[in-house]
Write a protein that binds this ligand. Structure first.
Ligand code: FAD
Ligand code: UDP
Length: 370
């Protein structure tokens, strides 16, 4: 008899929700994690009393009430609302694109009707009935000036390609509003765990055995003998030894500094939208939690080409990678030995709420242990 009912590979949000739900159903689980800490990409580390988001800024936002109630069982969330600023050369604008942005940019615009008329004029003859790429979509949405100041440079840095070569859907994530509302998200619920995301994950994993610094793929032989079933939340191509080739990602490099000043930039997120600034944004972590510490911690986020072995951040949703993923998905579907879960197995950009939702749905299909 194996010692554990389930072996869960990965102690990120997906692995932690799976572990918690399986425990509730009476199963005995072992979680293995190749990093030296739990949390996956939502891991936060306390530096100078500030919760620092080590793998990129994470704001929890959702309209899924069940998911919101679920995460609130593991952490007290604060009332942070993401309202980033866009810095273009010596100008600052509110994001997402809303009346605060429009009135600052166009000094003769004061009302929603005037803003709508101005955007209409800005689109001019460039309006496309069926936008074929991100550039066309962006100009349709907000016109040429905003596209050139706040979108083109940022997007081309972020993705390492011209806007003409990027799919239109990337920009549809950003709201455009004719109201004075700087909330970056349209969701009903939003916030940041007051004690950090690592604590939230630790609370989910409470009572479950976790083995850190343990790479499943390197210790497969031994680990497989320990458990009856496996839930795998790592990269699907790696699980199958990259037999069809490696799925590509867009990567990021973070440069973090502790500064001896209480406030560096006055906001959690400032995007640098000009092409000649090499980073896309600066995060000042204390502002996610309304911190009043004497020092501050900032992180510059540099987009980076991904090469084999780098940290996978954003999946590249083009045809080549889509076709490649479809082949791995077929292998995964037919595999009776392992259940795949999470963003790396699905090769999808999952927000945290999508991640929790997917894991809860998966677990609903597993009956209670009798
Ligand atoms: P991961 O967090 O990647 O966890 C997988 C875990 O498995 C990792 O810890 C990894 O080390 C481990 N693992 C992999 N292979 C092995 C192996 N062989 N053996 C053992 N362990 C293994 N979402 C939001 O809702 N709001 C945001 O503001 C937001 N910001 C983001 C910013 C960035 C830069 C990125 C990239 C994502 C952001 N997200 C955000 C999405 C969020 O990060 C994901 O939804 C979430 O982290 C997915 O959790 P996961 O457990 O599926 O994957
Ligand atoms: N975007 C932009 N300018 C900005 C912020 C975002 O052009 O100041 C575009 C960019 O193409 C980006 C997309 O909007 O990829 C989605 O932005 P979001 O903030 O959702 O991306 P993420 O937080 O994942 O980087």
């Amino acid at each position: 008899m194996p010692k554990y009912d389930y072996l869960i590979v990965g102690a990120g949000l997906s692995g932690a929700v799976c572990a918690h739900e399986l425990k509730k159903k009476g199963y005995n689980c072992l979680v293995v994690e190749k990093r030296g800490q739990v949390g996956g990409n939502i891991y936060t580390e306390n530096i100078e009393g500030i919760e620092v988001h080590k793998y990129g800024a994470h704001i929890f936002h959702t309209s899924d009430k069940e998911v919101w109630n679920y995460v609130c069982r593991f952490a007290e969330f604060n009332n942070f609302v993401n309202s980033p600023i866009a810095r273009y050369k010596d100008e600052c604008y509110n994001l997402p694109f809303n009346m605060n942005t429009f009135t600052k940019l166009w000094r003769d615009v004061f009302t929603p009707a005037e803003a709508a008329k101005r955007i209409e004029e800005e689109r001019g003859r460039d309006f496309k009935e069926n936008p074929a790429n991100l550039e066309e979509q962006a100009i349709n949405l907000v016109g040429k000036t905003i596209y050139e100041k706040l979108i083109k440079g940022y997007t081309e840095k972020q993705w390492g390609r011209t806007c003409k070569d990027l799919p239109a859907h990337i920009i549809k994530r950003l709201p455009v509003r004719l109201t004075f509302d700087n909330n970056y998200f349209n969701d009903r619920y939003q916030g940041i765990p007051e004690e950090g995301y690592t604590k939230l994950i630790e609370n989910m994993l409470n009572g479950t055995e976790v083995k850190l610094n343990c790479d499943f793929l390197k210790e497969k032989e031994t680990l497989l003998k320990l458990a009856g079933k496996i839930i795998y939340t790592g990269p699907v191509d790696e699980y199958y030894g990259f037999c069809y080739g490696a799925l590509e990602y867009r990567s990021l490099r973070f440069e973090t500094e502790v500064l001896d000043t209480p406030d560096y930039q006055g906001n959690a997120v400032i995007n640098y939208t000009a092409a000649d600034v090499p980073f896309t944004r600066i995060i000042e972590h204390k502002h996610f939690a309304f911190g009043r510490q004497p020092k501050t911690v900032i992180t510059r986020e540099y987009p980076a080409c991904w090469k084999f072995g780098d940290e996978p951040y954003y999946p590249v949703n083009d045809k080549k990678n889509g076709d490649l993923y479809a082949k791995y998905a077929l292998l995964a579907k037919a595999d009776k030995k392992v259940i795949f879960a999470g963003r790396l197995a699905a090769y999808k950009y999952y927000d945290m709420d999508d991640t929790v939702r997917a894991a809860l749905d998966l677990l609903k299909e597993i009956p209670e242990k009798n």
